[in-house]
Each structure stands twice: as C-alpha cells, then as structure tokens.
Write a new protein. Structure first.
Length: 203
C-alpha cells in the first residue's frame, strides 16, 4: 500500500500498532483525522495525553481510577468481606454490568503466561496476601477466564493464599472453556458468579 506522505504513513503506523487495527483501518482512521479541525485534533491529542498522564491505579485494588482510591473501594456500601480477583479493568466493567456482585475487586493487570514472558512478578499478585492480612476478607473469588493462562494463574494464587482462614471460590463453568470473561453476556456471567464453587486444585 503506497502512502504518498511520510507523515500520513507515520500516523498509520501508530494507529496500526493498536490491537485489532489493521493497516487499512488505520489508513481510514488517519484520513478521517486529517479532515478534522484544529480544535478537534487538539481535543483528540489532549485526551490521549490525559489518558497517559492522569489515569491512576487504585492503591487498594489496582483498578483504573482518576483518584488514589477508586470509587468501588471507597464506597461504604460495598461488601468488604468478599474480594473478586480479575484480570483487568474490562472484567471489572463486565461484572459490574451484571448488577449481581457487591463486593470488592483485586485487579491483576494480566495473566501468568510463560509463552509470552509474563511471570507472577509482572502482575499485581504479591499484594493480595498482604491485603488479606490487613482487611481480613471472608471469601476470595477467582474470576479469571477459563483458559490455560487463567487456570495457571488461579493455581498460583490459590497456593499463595490457601493458608489463610477464608473461603476460596471460582466462578462456575457457565463461561465456555477457552473464552475470555469480558466477552461473556451479562446473564451468563452473573449466573457464573452466583453459582461459584469452592476452588480445588484437582479441578
């Protein structure tokens, strides 16, 4: 695909680096941006800059937030006795959309994946035992996608927290094996949470 401008090509390269965006789509987006007014472009660039500079991680759970403590952790109406362990913000959003869960979260920021060079140290796992010791929850829900990476992460976390006096559960297998939590429909995800099961290593 011959692009007649080096600046347009650079924009296409950057847009194509986003997940799920091919070069044809990137070119279409870049050409659309080229038609925008200076004010629109300034707003676009400003929003991306703010995204990088001002979005924080909640000091308690690791969720994305604009303040040091996210709205879920700071809400006194949430049930602090239950912590739901999820992969990332998309899973928090998916679970919240079901309106079936009123506990807190612990956001890992990914899953253990040796093939991709992602080990436990790269994730927000080590803070979970310390959080358990401090907050004394009664239940930890492992709500990770039923993939090989999700199961590996579940097992690792379970071994780290099994010595504590609490219940460790996992979402039921209503979510299809190999699928990602964020793509489950609200009804299925809600039922999987409500019908969660005691976590056992032999599963």
């Amino acid at each position: 695909m011959q692009i007649p401008s080096v600046y347009l090509e650079q924009a296409v390269d950057q847009l194509a680096s986003l997940p799920g965006v091919g070069r044809r789509t990137a070119l279409r987006l870049a050409l659309d941006l080229l038609k925008r007014t200076d004010i629109e472009i300034d707003g676009f660039v400003g929003a991306l800059g703010a995204l990088k500079d001002k979005v924080l991680r909640c000091v308690h759970c690791g969720n994305i937030t604009d303040t040091p403590v996210c709205g879920i952790c700071s809400n006194p109406k949430r049930d602090a006795s239950i912590i739901c362990v999820v992969e990332d913000i998309r899973d928090v959003m998916a679970i919240e959309s079901t309106s079936t869960y009123n506990g807190l979260y612990h956001v890992l920021g990914g899953l253990i994946s040796p093939m991709d060079g992602i080990g436990p140290q790269a994730l927000n796992i080590s803070s979970l035992p310390a959080r358990i010791e401090k907050d004394l929850p009664k239940e930890i829900i492992l709500a990770l996608s039923p993939t090989m990476e999700g199961d590996t992460t579940n097992f690792y976390i379970y071994k780290k927290i099994k010595a504590y006096e609490l219940i460790v559960t996992r979402i039921s297998r209503g979510i299809a094996v190999g699928s990602e939590l964020q793509y489950a429909d609200e009804l299925t995800l809600g039922r999987s949470l409500q019908q969660r099961q005691i976590f056992e290593l032999q599963q």
